[in-house]
Design a protein around this ligand. Structure first.
Ligand SMILES: Nc1ncnc2c1ncn2[C@@H]1O[C@H](COP(=O)(O)OP(=O)(O)OP(=O)(O)O)[C@@H](O)[C@H]1O
Ligand SMILES: [Mg+2]
Length: 328
């Protein structure tokens, strides 16, 4: 079970890490953030690209200004250009009033173009021009407006493959990729699992989603064996589900999804499988109590509390185990 097992070293509430690799990335991030240059954030889905974009903003000279996010996916060419650059009245069908785009709204702050690999090719050309020239025009309006915001772009697509497939402009790639921050997948930063679990449990408790005190050591072990294709988002969702399913104050492996690979390997290892037909109820209870006592370094008060029994009950049970010779 973990409780404040590892101290958060990242320095912000929303971004927790103690992984040397990520701490190094954050160091590089702060250095990049100090400039006003465009930054590219890459990484698989759920690795925290948006969280890192916020970190850039907070550590940049633009921190006092707004941060405006545009999700570039699933928008038609006309709509995405209107989102980015704004439009004048009558610029296209439906443009009944003039509108400011995110580049204008983010003046003095940061524009975050999320899912940026999905921009239509003509929009990519316009964006390249904006980044090169440092100015832009609203759709349907000739007036030149100055770009007063730092631009961050993020994608989970492999842009080099997108270029080969003809879906992404190579010149735009070269314009944005010199300051690239790559978020490693969770399976390459497994040392962060205890800290992340602790972070999410604290969040759920704070938001009154649960009243959980921790997870068993075995849960941590299993989580450090899982591949996490959905990365940190998947970890959050798995934990939330587990917290909602458990009847006790501690999450055990029983609340993890049955689809978790290699779960069976841990059966009877150090937490008894409740499904095992060879164990009696009292034997299961004995193993759970002794294991919990061990993981809490012999602290009886904590052991009783986390198991939901009184200290007196625990004392009696331990005395019985000693009498039966089950405990050294
Ligand atoms: N270092 C971190 N510490 C704590 N929580 C994190 C961290 N990184 C990511 N998260 C959490 O993980 C979830 C996914 O993060 P985020 O949305 O930033 O990922 P993403 O890479 O943008 O994903 P997608 O590509 O699917 O948009 C969020 O709930 C976020 O709060
Ligand atoms: Mg995202």
């Amino acid at each position: 079970m973990i409780k404040q097992a590892v101290r958060n070293q990242s320095g912000t509430e929303d971004l927790v890490t103690c992984s040397p690799r990520v701490l190094e990335l954050l160091d590089m991030t702060r250095r990049f953030a100090a400039s006003s240059a465009t930054i590219l954030i890459t990484g698989e889905s759920g690795t925290g690209k948006e969280v890192l974009a916020n970190y850039v903003h907070q550590h940049s000279p633009f921190a006092a200004g707004p941060m405006v996010t545009v999700n570039c996916a699933a928008l038609t060419e006309t709509l995405v250009e209107s989102e980015l650059f704004g439009h004048s009245t009558g610029a296209f069908t439906g443009a009944v009033a003039q509108r400011q785009g995110c580049f204008e709204l983010a003046a003095g702050g940061t524009v975050f173009l999320d899912e940026f690999g999905e921009l239509p090719l003509p929009t990519q050309a316009k964006l390249l021009r904006v980044l090169e020239e440092g100015d832009f025009q609203r759709v349907g309006d000739g007036k030149i407006l100055k770009l007063g915001a730092r631009v961050i772009v993020a994608t989970n697509r492999k842009l080099k493959s997108e270029i080969v497939a003809g879906r992404f402009r190579e010149d735009l790639y070269h314009r944005i990729s010199s300051l690239t921050l790559h978020n490693p997948p969770l399976r390459e930063r497994l040392d962060d699992i205890p800290l992340l679990i602790n972070h999410f449990l604290t969040r759920f408790n704070r938001d009154a989603l649960s009243q959980i005190e921790g997870v068993s050591d075995l849960v941590i072990k299993i989580c450090q064996e899982h591949d996490w294709p959905g990365n940190i988002r998947e970890l959050r969702n798995v934990l939330l589900r587990a917290c909602l399913l458990t009847d006790s104050r501690v999450v055990t492996k029983l609340e993890l999804p049955g689809t978790f690979p290699r779960l069976a390997r841990f059966d009877d290892e150090d937490e008894p499988s409740i499904g095992s037909t060879s164990l009696s109820l009292s034997e299961i209870e004995r193993r759970v109590i002794l294991k919990r006592l061990e993981s809490l370094h012999g602290n009886r008060t904590e052991t009783a509390r986390t198991l939901g029994i009184t200290s007196r009950t625990l004392r009696n049970k331990l005395a019985e185990y000693r009498r039966l010779g089950h405990v050294g």
